[in-house]
Design a protein around this ligand. Structure first.
Ligand SMILES: CCCCCCCCCCCCCCCC(=O)SCCNC(=O)CCNC(=O)[C@H](O)C(C)(C)COP(=O)(O)OP(=O)(O)OC[C@H]1O[C@@H](n2cnc3c(N)ncnc32)[C@H](O)[C@@H]1OP(=O)(O)O
Length: 170
């Protein structure tokens, strides 16, 4: 099924997952969808692998952590949080050299915490990894000391704007 993209989220400069200047990172992009979910797209590279041909489980954990953690911004972009817990289930190998879609949503939102879930979906529609995570809300200036948001948190337009995202298997 295809979903309309309502907004592309900002990227950071240096983050392992979204940092545009981190050449060893995933350089993932994040899109808010019409159904309230957040989708991320990244291309897995050889340097993300564990066993030959397989993305490292820690990399899968990282993309799920960030996609779930950012899903809160779909409803309120002023909320930031740090990961308190992350639980994963690795169901299928995640291949390298592949455009991978991760989809996440918030399942619980309280004054102090939010919780969410997400999955990495393979191009054939199979769900490769699922995750549930919990975040403790915190102002951004407490998470990142002396962070200059204008330098660290940037709108990065795509060369070709992404208007729709097809989620395989739906
Ligand atoms: C600026 C531009 C650059 C941006 C660039 C990035 C891009 C945008 C990314 C956005 C998406 C983020 C995705 C990645 C986010 C990380 O990777 S964050 C890094 C990894 N995580 C951390 O470093 C957190 C380290 N831990 C801590 O700092 C502290 O333990 C915590 C989590 C703040 C908790 O502190 P605390 O003093 O224990 O908190 P406390 O007030 O006692 O507890 C608050 C509530 O949370 C619960 N809680 C506390 N700890 C936990 C826990 N570990 N598990 C579950 N629940 C817990 C408590 O039970 C309590 O609930 P109630 O009992 O009140 O109902």
């Amino acid at each position: 099924m295809k979903y309309k993209v309502l907004k592309k989220q900002n990227s950071s400069k240096t983050c392992l997952v979204c940092g545009v200047k981190n050449d060893l990172g995933l350089k993932a992009r994040f899109y808010q969808l019409e159904n309230g979910e957040l989708a991320s797209i990244f291309n897995s590279k050889e340097f993300h692998q564990s066993y030959p041909g397989r993305v490292h489980g820690g990399i899968s954990a990282a993309i799920l952590d960030e996609t779930i953690g950012r899903a809160i911004s779909v409803s309120d972009e002023t909320v930031w949080g740090v990961t308190g817990s992350l639980e994963l289930r690795y169901k299928k190998p995640v291949p390298i050299d592949c455009d991978l879609i991760t989809v996440a949503r918030v399942t619980r939102d309280t004054r102090k915490l939010f919780e969410g879930e997400g999955e990495i979906i393979l191009p054939n529609g199979e769900i490769a990894v699922t995750a549930k995570a919990k975040y403790v809300k915190m102002p951004i200036d407490q998470i990142a000391d002396e962070c200059d948001m204008a330098e660290e948190w940037l709108p990065i337009p795509d060369d070709e704007p992404v208007e729709y995202i097809e989620i395989p298997g739906r």
